[in-house]
Design a protein around this ligand. Structure first.
Ligand SMILES: [Zn+2]
Length: 111
């Protein structure tokens, strides 16, 4: 037990029992709370691949626009939402997100 390991407790679940670091995908799931970045609905991690609800990673700054494959540029969203976001600019994606989540709150209120 070194000095630093006592001061900075390892984040829960940060390391697997076998000592391996989890993948970026797992870290993103933990960070984003298992909800879709765009529509805010639950992610379905067991959804069949290539279905509307299968989980995908979206690069906010698209790879084609020079975005990096790093966690800060990556969010979790449904495949259908990933398709909606397409190759738009990050600012447009954020605008879509605000609109979708405002509509979502509105729908809840109307129940
Ligand atoms: Zn979604």
């Amino acid at each position: 037990m070194g000095f630093w390991s006592r001061l900075v407790p390892a984040k829960k679940g940060f390391r697997r029992p076998n000592g391996q670091l989890p993948s970026n995908r797992e870290l993103i799931r933990e960070r984003d709370g298992r909800r879709c970045w765009l529509c805010g609905d639950r992610m379905h991690f067991n959804a069949p691949a290539n279905s509307d609800l299968s989980p995908t990673e979206e690069h906010l700054v698209s790879r084609s626009r020079g975005g990096k494959d790093v966690m800060a540029n990556t969010v979790l969203c449904h495949r259908k939402c990933n398709v909606l976001l397409g190759n738009r600019r990050k600012s447009e994606k954020e605008k879509m997100r605000r609109q979708m989540q405002a509509a979502r709150r509105e729908a809840w209120r109307g129940r």
